[in-house]
Design a protein. Structure first.
Length: 280
């Protein structure tokens, strides 16, 4: 059992107040000091902690979760403390993320950036120092000889009814982690930070490409709201589903199993969520 050291996560917001896309209070644009995805999150938190950042739908279960910048950052801090402390991961280590496009996957991506480890999306568990697996990838995850964490991916961040043998249950271990995170070692933005679809990126490259390619997915600046149904197994999916909205002061409506939603229902979602662009 992993160690616990703190409070509980900030509440996940349910059906939220409607947010006027044109009127966030203040939003910081990307600047020269933002060289890692974790830097982008800190800037977003300083600018407007209450605005929505990730709104998640699972169209196979009907789940909807909305996380403000502050709530998302709280989950990232707790997950970073779990990763650095209990899982003993540090700069240069590789974390295989065997997870779908999901709000908890987005949290793990930012936690990896905060600690300075390499997030290997869909990577080979056998060569990873830590593996983080969803319920559908547990067998592949068992190839990891290091620490193993399993996510049930249940509504509201629920735990497994019965934890998988050989894995720590994320939903059990993360609530007790600290709400503030400080890395043991400075994160070098020029070191490898992300591997996806066989391509390696430094943290600085993630930030630079996210900002440069934002307009390609329809993100024009603060207040933009992108609906993404793309999986997280390509750079394009990760950028639309997390990095570009974060880099531009926008937000993402992240949809899993979007193919189960009819066109009429999709149109209603786009309207109700005040979506300004889509990536499908």
């Amino acid at each position: 059992m992993l160690r616990r050291t703190g409070g509980v996560p900030a509440a996940i917001r349910g059906p939220a107040r409607r947010w006027a896309v044109a009127g966030p209070r203040t939003l910081l644009r990307v600047n020269a000091t933002d060289r890692t995805p974790a830097d982008l999150l800190r800037s977003a938190l300083a600018a407007d902690p209450g605005r929505p950042l990730v709104t998640f739908y699972d169209d196979s279960t009907g789940e909807r979760v909305e996380l403000s910048v502050a709530t998302f950052a709280n989950w990232v801090a707790k997950t970073s403390n779990l990763l650095q402390g209990d899982l003993a991961a540090g700069p240069g280590d590789r974390v295989a993320l065997l997870l779908p496009a999901h709000w908890q996957t987005a949290v793990w991506l930012l936690a990896c950036s905060s600690v300075g480890v390499i997030a290997d999306v869909g990577g080979d568990a056998a060569v990873a120092d830590v593996v983080v697996s969803g319920p559908d990838a547990l067998e592949a995850a068992r190839a990891c000889s290091g620490e193993r964490v399993a996510l049930a991916l249940r509504p509201l961040g629920g735990r497994f009814p019965q934890p998988p043998a050989g894995f720590a249950d994320y939903a059990v271990e993360v609530p007790g982690q600290g709400d503030r995170f400080v890395p043991f070692a400075p994160v070098d933005p020029d070191e490898p930070a992300l591997i996806v679809a066989g391509r390696e990126f430094s943290a600085a490259e993630v930030v630079e490409r996210a900002g440069a390619e934002a307009t390609r997915v329809g993100l024009t600046g603060p207040g933009s709201r992108l609906l993404s149904g793309l999986p997280y197994d390509t750079w394009e999916g990760l950028n639309a589903g997390l990095y570009a909205p974060l880099a531009t002061g926008g937000s993402v409506v992240l949809c899993r199993n979007l193919d189960r939603l009819g066109e009429e229902a999709l149109a209603k979602r786009i309207e109700s969520e005040r979506v300004t662009a889509t990536a499908r």
